[in-house]
Write a protein of this length. Sequence first.
Length: 605
Amino acid sequence: MLRIRAKTGPDAGITWKIGAKPLVIGREKGCDIRVLDLLASRRHCELLAENDGVRLRDLKSRNATLVNGEPVEECLLNPGDEFSVGHVTFEVIDTATPQPRQAGGDSTLSITEGETVYLSDSSFREFGKSKFTSVGDVLKLFSLSRTFSRMKTMDELVGALTRAVCDRLHPLRYWLALSHGDQEPLEYPVSHKETPDDTAPPPETTARQVMREMRGFLIPERTGPGYKQLMTTLAAPIFLGERRIGAMVAQTETPHGAYDEGDLHFLVALANAFAPFYAAIENRRGLEMEVERLRLARSRAAVLVGGSAVMQRLRDLIAKVAPTLHSVLIIGETGTGKELVARLIHDLSHCAQGPLITVNCAAIPNDLIESELFGYEKGAFTGALARKTGLFELSDGGTLFLDEVGDLSPESQARILRAIETKRFRRVGGREEVQADFRIVAATNKNISDPVRHPEFRRDLYHRLRGVEIRIPPLRDRKEDIEELAEHFLNEARGMAKRPLRGFAEGAIAFLRECPWPGNVRELKYCVEAAITFGLGEFITVEDLKAAAGSHEQEPRPLTLAEVERRHILRALDYCNGRVVDAARLLGISKTKLYERLAEYRTKQ
C-alpha cells in the first residue's frame, strides 16, 4: 500500500494514505494537508492512487511542485520519489516494503567541493534515486546562514549547527570534531547520540581522513545480526581556504533511516556555510583578547609616571619597539625602572600570552650559569637526581629578560652567545639540542656600549643584544617629574599610615627637587614611604623628609680647579705669615709667578 510521509516541516514523520479520491495539499483551510508556507499556493497540488503508483498533478501553483528537485505539472510517483511544496518535502513509501531502502553492497561515495557527482547503476540500486539538493535545502541553507550570522559566541554557533544537522538528517549519532593542529588530538564539542546507552566511540579515523583529503564521504556498511542492517555514515570537512577547521560525521542505520548522495551534498554545503562564521567568531574572540591585553598593558604603562618630555619619548619608543621581534637592550642607572620597562615591552608584544622569565645575571655563580639557564639531564652530575628545565627553555613562547647582563663574566658570555643567536642549546649532560622560541630583552646599569670603559664585555654579544637600545634617564635629568612621582608614591602608601594624609607641606617638594637621588626613582619611593612612617601630622613636612632621607641630603657643590688653587695659595701665605718668598718656595713656584697670581686675585675681588 502506497502512502506519503512528510520528511520536513512541523508534520515530519506523519503519513497519509493515498486513495482514489484526490488528496489536496495547499495553504488554505480546506486542503487535506495544510502547508503553512508562503511559497505554497492555496491549492498547490493533488495526489491520487493510480495502478501501482501515485499520480501527482500541480494545480497551477505559483512556485511549482518539485519532484526529485525538478518542477513538474503532472507525473507518476513511485516508492522512494520525493516532492516538495514550498519548504516541506514529502516522500512516497510502500508500507508493504521495509523502510528505508537497503543497499545492495558496501561502497563509499565521496564528493569534493565544486565537483559534480554521477552515480553508477549500482549506486542507484544501493541508495535509491538521487535527491540532490532540493530548492528546500537551498532555502534552508540560506536561512541557516542568516541564523549563523546572528550568533555572538562559539557555543551559540555550534548549537545552531547541531540543530540544523539533527533537523535535516535525524542522525542516530552525530559528532562535531575540531582540529587544533595535525599533531594535536581532535576536540569533540558535540557528541550527540539518540540512544543513551550507545557506546560508539568518536570516528577519529573518518574525521581525520575527510580533513586530510578535503572532501566529503558517504559510507554504507552492513551491521547487526546476519549483517541484515545497513549503517550509513556521512562525513564532511570544515575548512576555510587551506585551513582545516574540523569535520562533521553523522550516522544512521535501518530501520531508523538511510542516507544518500543528496544528504551528503547538504552536509558538505552546510559545512562550507558554517566555516566562515566559525572563523569570524574565533577571530573576534582573538581580537577581544588582544584588546583586553592592550588595555591592561596601557594601564600598566601608566606606572611610568612623569609628564616630562624625556618620559614621553620613552613611552613612545616602548610603544614602537614592543610589537616588533627585535631584541632590546635597556641601559639605565640603578633604580631607574629597567625591569618595569622590560615588563611593559613584554605586555605590549606578541609574546604577552607567553611567560616573562627574569634572569638575574649578577646573582648566578659562574659555575652554575649553564645548569640554571640550559637545565640538565638526570645524572649529569652529582646531585642531579632528575631532569631540570632551564630558564631558557621555560621562556619558550615568551620573553627572556636578562637583568644586569653587564655583570656576566667573559666565560658566561661565551656560553650563552650561541644559545641567544640560534635559540638552540643542550641541557647539561644531554646530547639532543633543545629549541626554544623566545624574545630577548636585556638590561644593565653599565655603559657596555663603550669598549674602552668596559672591555670585558664581548662586542659580538653586545651587538646581538642591542637590536634596539633604550636608555632610561636618571631622576636628576628629569626633576620636573619629582612632584608627580612623589604624589604617586604617597597615594600608593596611604594604606601604610595610621592617620589621614592630605599631601605634602609647603617646601617639601622643593626639598625633594634639591636632593641628588643617586638611587633614582627607587630611592625617592623609599624616602616618601619612610617619611610617612616618621611623620605625625596630616602633611608630609620637610623635617619628615630629612629624617627619611638621612645621608641623602644634598652635598656641597665641588669646587673648580681655579677655586682650589686660590684657596691653597692663600692658605700657604697665611702659613708663612705673609712672606711671599717663603710661600713661593713652599708652593714650588717662582716668586714672580706667585706675585702674578696674587695680582689676579685682587683684580677679581
